[in-house]
Design a protein around this ligand. Sequence first.
Ligand code: BES
Ligand code: MN
Ligand code: ZN
Length: 487
Amino acid sequence: MKITFSNKPISTAPAGYVRVRVTEDDKGTKRIIREVHSEKDKKNSYVDIFEIGAGKFSDLNLRKFIILCRAVVQAAKQYRAKKIIIELDQIFETGKQLQLSTEELLSKAVQNFEMANFEFTAFKTKPKEGWSLVEEILVYGKSSKEIEAAALRGQIIGQEVNACRELSNTPGGDMTPRKLAQSARKAMTDKSGKLLTSVSVKILGEIELKKLGMGALLGVGNGSSEETTFTIIEYKGGKKNDKPIVLAGKGITFDSGGLNLKPSNHIYEMHMDMSGAASVIHAVVLAAKLRVKKNVIGLIPAAENMPGNNATRPGDVLKSLSGKTIEVLNTDAEGRLILADALTYAKKFSPSVVLDVATLTGAALSALGLYASALLTRDDMLAAQLEKLGESSGDYLWRLPLWDEYEPLVKGDFADVTNSSNAPGGKYGGTIEGGMFLWQFAKDLECPWAHLDIAPRMTSAPGEELAKGAAGAPVRLLLAFIESWNT
Ligand code: BES
Ligand code: MN
Ligand code: ZN
């Protein structure tokens, strides 16, 4: 989507552009008005004005503003308006009580225009009339260097969220662990194919993982003919000795459940079980593209969870990189296994903080529905910061407890820990159980750690004005976190 600026009076707007006007009519009101300028030349001298009701501007908050911006683009798509005009003053007027600077407001608006303008079409035949996407937004009003930079920032963020969605949406057969690793490297390059400034990418294959002793990660990939990989992305934007922020993302390229095979209705959409990985990749890309002055490491353990001749069996014991042994009671609780090794691996960077991001449990959906990811951490300060950034970024979070009381859930009978509980109460609180398992490995990190269970946000939800499929969470939150975390 092209974004251009004009500070000429709006009356000089070129023909063929649809002008968007946000009104205080009820939310959902849509109206097209044709303003004829010359009665003599009705055919050529008119402008189409697209009115969209937002409700009382004084009732708008950031959440509603985000949806409004997306609704503008969705309406334009429906109307097949490829070029639209938006007035800066309108954006500032609608968002005036949000207590954001004009730059932030515009950046948020553009970010959400981009997100609404995304559709996953990679596997569809292009219709004769083309895709119904908006090609250009012409922004009218008094702008400045700062304003234009803010729009560009919003655009870059929106584009990376969309790139994350593209990656997540790619079917399992087309997005194997090896391809996910290669996509990570590709995402970290510029248009000429060179790695972005201060970025390095290292991809480990099964031989190296065996040597390292990543038995938990390897155990998950055993049933698949696709090679298990582990990718390390480094972005060194900070001072040499600044301790890095480590982000680890679950990269299960397809989760069949393994020998504990999922039933049909649960296996659907499990090609998106690498959404955590995709979000980490594109958050680090954003840090690099926006030249954030921080050191950031992205860790991507990737495997395909399949039943097969060599598949890990329920009851098998895996030896993790930490040395802890894990009794696999359920092969469908695989995300925590691959993240366990990633968390242990994180330690070698002496991080200042570690976040892991994973579509870890269906139970998170039961607990929170479709509109918030679950946040689990033992660190109250980190929790408070993440919750605040969740609200301001649009990637909403809700905290669940990770108290000592839950620890017996993951104690093993025949190994140090178990990946799924058969203890009393073990069928409840699945998201907490997942977090508690990860804590067994994160406690060795000696730095704040949080687990984001993004299963509820894997796909877009009704009312969000986003295309069907991957939602791109929590790329915006991770960027905000990278920018604001002080080591
Ligand atoms: N990838 C799934 C969780 C999931 C479910 C994500 C639905 C997004 C939408 C995960 O690997 C899984 O299978 N979890 C099990 C854990 C259980 C076996 C302890 C679950 O949630 O049932
Ligand atoms: Mn699973
Ligand atoms: Zn999974």
